[in-house]
Design a protein around this ligand. Sequence first.
Ligand SMILES: O=c1ccn([C@@H]2O[C@H](COP(=O)(O)OP(=O)(O)O[C@H]3O[C@H](CO)[C@@H](O)[C@H](O)[C@H]3O)[C@@H](O)[C@H]2O)c(=O)[nH]1
Ligand SMILES: [Mn+2]
Length: 745
Amino acid sequence: MATSYSLPLQERVPLKNTLQRTSDLLILLLLLSLLSYRLISLHAHGFLFLLSFLCESWFTFIWILITFVKWSPVSFKTYPQNLLKKFDELPAVDMFVTTADPKLEPPIITVNTVLSLLTVEYPVEKLACYVSDDGASPATFYSLVQASNFAKLWVPFCKKYDVRVRAPSVYFSTEFSPSSSPDFVKDWKHVKDEYEKLCRRIENACKDEHAEVLKSDEFADFSEIERGNHPSIVKVIWENKNEVEDGIPHLIYVSREKRPNHPHHFKAGAMNVLARVSGVMTNAPFMLNVDCDMFANNPEVVLHGMCLLFGFPHEIHSGYVQAPQQFHGGLQDDPFGNQLVVFQRKIGGGMAGLQGPLYAGTGCFHRRKAIYGSPPDLPQFHKHDVVSNKEPQLVFGDSRELLDSAVHIMSENIEFRSANFIDISRRIEAAKRVASCTYEFNTCWGKEIGWVYGSMTEDILTGLRIQAMGWESKYLTLDPVAFLGNAPTGGPASLTQHKRWATGLLEVLLGPNNPLLAVIYKSLRFRQFLAYLMLNVWAVRSSIELCYSVLPAYCFLKNTSFLPKVNEPAMLIPLGLFISYNVGTLMEYWECGLTTRAWWNNQRMQRIYALTSWLFGLIGVVLKLMGLSETIFEVTRKDQNSDDGKLDPRRFTFDSSPVFVPGTAVVLLNVVALVVGLVRIMVNGGEEEEGDGTGVGEFVCSVWVVLSFWPFVKGFFGKGSYGIPWGTIFKAAALVLLFVQMFVK
Ligand SMILES: O=c1ccn([C@@H]2O[C@H](COP(=O)(O)OP(=O)(O)O[C@H]3O[C@H](CO)[C@@H](O)[C@H](O)[C@H]3O)[C@@H](O)[C@H]2O)c(=O)[nH]1
Ligand SMILES: [Mn+2]
């Protein structure tokens, strides 16, 4: 096993952030001054100041959380070369890919992800790749079969020429260098040619579900089934029977059983099936999971991951290893504010210095043991342990094969035992059984073990469960980056994604496994709790932001103010805040190598998400609490060329979804308010009338709201999907009228 203890596998590097801390504290100080000012002058101003005070208290609260989370960032360097010197043998890894819908997630995307995983630099006999298809699509299955044939060319090609990006679509999107050897050029052309043929075959199969190629016996399981109503399908596409050097890892297709009246728990349900199916087949002690669009961009990624899993004195220090979500082919300057670069760097890096990063749902290495509900192997952590307190059948279910495999996982020091070549084809029946929709009845799946149910952000909830058991997690930031995926484009897709996140995050806070209980009764650490809290309240934040963006408009309509006047010294506080917040956040963008444009796009999208997606997230959760509706996982569209290039991908688009109504209403209200204010100045010529008058502060605020919602302003005049539908405009106008009627008169 271990041969040398002196070789480090990782190094913890604290990141310098004096400037960041100063800027964050300055903003906090100004926020506190603003609150004091409100309190002192409350009696003279009354209700409007009270309302402002409440909103600003909330902003201060969030800012305190953010400051805490960003306070002591770290990063980790990894040394995979030492891994190979230190251990004679590496542990096995099961790799999971999830896909759900062949229309929204074209199989060629999944195929590229799978090919990038099959070619990672790691002993082939230690790897297995499982694909979960919630779409039960013969086209997806066909694509994977074709891909496994292509892999017989692709794997040796990548290893022979040390290809750096092993997703063929990305690799072949650039030409080879002119100085390449003739041998290489010949191979390159041949493999590229074969890849193009593969693409065409897949495309044809996707066009026509009844295509001739989908008729052979191999596809019998898919004939006459409905998408939400079919038995489990498990197929071994490729079994690696001998350990040849250029071999290909096992590839297994899984489509779990679905029945109309059984809740299937979306992605979390799919992940639990993958955990069980792989448990009865290869049962690797470690698992890597990625979404179908997240290809491995760094072929050494698994080796680096192992460095963080084994680089610490005790297993407790890395329950899971998460790579930041990064995106491929992202639009210039991040027009939809969803490339999350600064978020990953600042919040991700900050959390890496606490108990560890959140589980982000993709690009994560898991310890199977932690997924199975085991606490770290230390005496103080056994008090919340379901696994040792309950009958195994009541924890894992009654599959003999699964129970045996789980016992193996829970036993000590299994990590480095060599892979025993079990005949995985003989495990298909066992696999189908654990993939059935009744298997989880009267077990702990989805509660104390596995991926946790009850939130649209199953990832956050599952990571929280693991950290609540005392595990830390580690952040894997590599260069070249570990994994790359697709960020949604266009208004509807981006807003839907944020709506799901806001919903899910709030579900976590209100659910039985919330961070507050975890910090009080379990082993979640305090600052880690603050980090979860900061995210969990996104949806709540929407109502506060809504109130604050309506305030300046209200002031114009009533000819009053909620901010100090220019000639009052107190005006310096909001002015200072406005400047320091914008300069402070702009500096973060520059520090991450981003443009001022990207900063502005993110600022404005934050406001837009808050008043659209997050607000609907809040409403969704309230309706769920009242038992009026269920929240559902809406899958994000992955192909960017779905409109055949007719639309400019950078422009904001609309559809008739109600999610656009509140944003439209806020813009309308502020525009009306600005017009009223302007007319008042022209009519009165600056002379006093009743009310204490609206000042420059309110003017700046109103203009800022309108600028933040500029895509909506353009949407009033846009055509087709660039325009806000008339129905939405009418509904928004009705809301504005209602508001004026109720509050202004
Ligand atoms: O019923 C379902 C629904 C989704 N998925 C898969 O879940 C993944 C994520 O779905 P996607 O539509 O891409 O959502 P995103 O918003 O891009 O996903 C982010 O947010 C999710 C939680 O909301 C996490 O699960 C993801 O890992 C994270 O990348 C995809 O591979 C889907 O195929 C399923 O397998 N079954
Ligand atoms: Mn995605």
